[in-house]
Design a protein around this ligand. Structure first.
Ligand code: NI
Length: 165
């Protein structure tokens, strides 16, 4: 296992469509382990293979129980509701934006051995699944936002909101 370098916005690898995984081998297991270790080290909620320069449909995401879910060849099979909330990305460090997402999604994916399974998520977990799956099609959340906020701008806005309440 190793901590990999997370590529940032502007690197063309983030705008490419990833290839499906067809071999459930040691290389895939290593990729998943590296994604998990890199995500833990970065203290994030999700990380997709293209973010470490690998164009494969593989991602890991943290669920409601704070467990890391390994998703290989994932697809959203159901979604409902709507939420509007703040989102960030390890490939767009220090920036945040408001993005509308479904409030609940069901995702079908394969595990590291190739077995299909389904996971459901609501709220932040649903947001996380949507965000990570978009990475696999070469999209970043910044495409959905009207404005990006820096950490300082966000702190200022939160402080103002608290003062108003
Ligand atoms: Ni991201």
């Amino acid at each position: 296992m190793s901590i990999r370098t997370i590529v940032t916005e502007g690197d063309p690898v983030l705008n490419k469509r990833c290839h499906p995984v067809t071999k459930f081998d040691e290389k895939l297991a290593d990729l998943l382990d590296d994604l998990k270790e890199t995500l833990t080290n970065a203290n994030g909620l999700g990380l997709a293979a293209p973010q470490i320069g690998i164009l494969r449909r593989v991602t890991v995401a943290v669920n409601e129980k704070n467990e890391m879910v390994e998703l290989v060849n994932p697809e959203i099979v159901e979604s409902d509701g709507e939420q509007d909330g703040l989102e960030g990305c390890l490939s767009v460090p220090g920036m945040w934006g408001f993005v509308k997402r479904p409030n609940h999604v069901k995702v079908k994916a394969q595990d590291r051995s190739g077995n299909w399974f389904e996971v459901e998520g609501t709220g932040l977990t649903a947001r996380c699944y949507c965000h990570e799956l978009e990475h696999l099609d070469g999209h970043l959340y910044v495409e959905h936002v009207k404005k990006l906020y820096t950490n300082d701008e966000l702190d200022e806005m939160m402080a103002k909101q608290e003062a108003d309440e």
